[in-house]
Design a protein around this ligand. Structure first.
Ligand code: BGC
Length: 257
């Protein structure tokens, strides 16, 4: 591969509302081209999403050896999606890397979206060099979680589905989709998040919380209203963390050409 592309990988983040991708310079964690976003079609079937991923990847016109990392809003267990909460149920049982490889002829690695975001934060952001337990939460269509201890990720935690003391699933009570759908004020939403964060703090005793997802851009409006023993900080990479983290993961997981 040409030297100038050796430290480049493409990251794609599949979300409930949009599929976003960009080529990333892995030395800096910065995009080297404009981010492309295509809205997630309603009830999008796996083949449809795989085609969109192919379209996004092709749009950058990079050499075939540049690898692709794709993050999904679902756990990825031994390459397979066991269940999915917020996309078509057709995804359950799918091996996404195999499906995507039918559309793009380059190496592909897949991972959970919150895990990808935490990867980026460990390498380039708020968790860099942290020697304790970090719990990253991404607030979006669902609530994603990533648990990192001394820089090492415990993959596929699904804390967004934990039941809160009020009997509700955390993401049904306090995701940013719920915040929008129920037209909550930031104060009302912060009260809900308070219950979520307090519950996680009781269960996992993190030394640091990192909050990511699109709404982390507005962190000043709600993070100061949440009171926990551990500090809470916004993701340094804000909502680019999913793309950057999956690109980095692809480069690390896939053999060099
Ligand atoms: C999924 C997780 C995902 C999170 C954020 C949850 O519904 O089960 O895997 O990380 O949403 O997208």
């Amino acid at each position: 591969m040409k030297k100038k592309f050796r430290k480049v990988a493409i990251g794609v983040d599949v979300g409930g509302s949009g599929i976003k991708g960009a080529p990333v310079d892995l030395k800096t964690g910065q995009f080297i081209d404009k981010r492309v976003r295509i809205p997630t079609p309603e009830n999008a079937e796996p083949v449809e999403i795989a085609a969109i991923i192919g379209e996004i990847v092709d749009s950058f016109g990079l050499p075939d050896e540049v690898p692709v990392g794709v993050s999904f809003p679902a756990p990825i267990v031994r390459g397979q999606i066991p269940f999915i909460a917020n996309l078509s149920q057709e995804w359950a049982g799918v091996f996404p890397a195999r499906l995507i490889a039918e559309n793009i002829h380059r190496p592909v690695a897949v991972m959970n979206d919150a895990d990808a975001a935490s990867y980026a934060e460990v390498y380039y952001g708020a968790a860099n060099g942290h020697q304790g337990t970090v719990l990253m939460l991404t607030l979006g269509t669902g609530i994603g979680s990533a648990l990192v201890s001394k820089g090492t990720l415990v993959p596929n935690t699904e804390f967004g589905h934990l039941l809160l003391p009020n009997g509700m699933e955390a993401e049904h009570f306090a995701s940013s989709a719920v915040f929008e759908r129920e037209e909550l004020s930031f104060e009302q939403w912060a009260k809900r998040l308070q219950m979520v964060f307090a519950h996680y703090e009781m269960l996992f005793s993190p030394d640091l919380f990192i909050v990511g997802g699109g709404v982390s851009k507005k962190h000043k409006k709600f993070l100061p209203l949440i009171d926990t023993n551990a500090p809470i900080v916004p993701a340094d990479l804000l909502n680019t963390a999913g793309i950057v983290g999956s690109a980095l993961y692809a480069k690390q997981m896939l053999p060099e050409e």
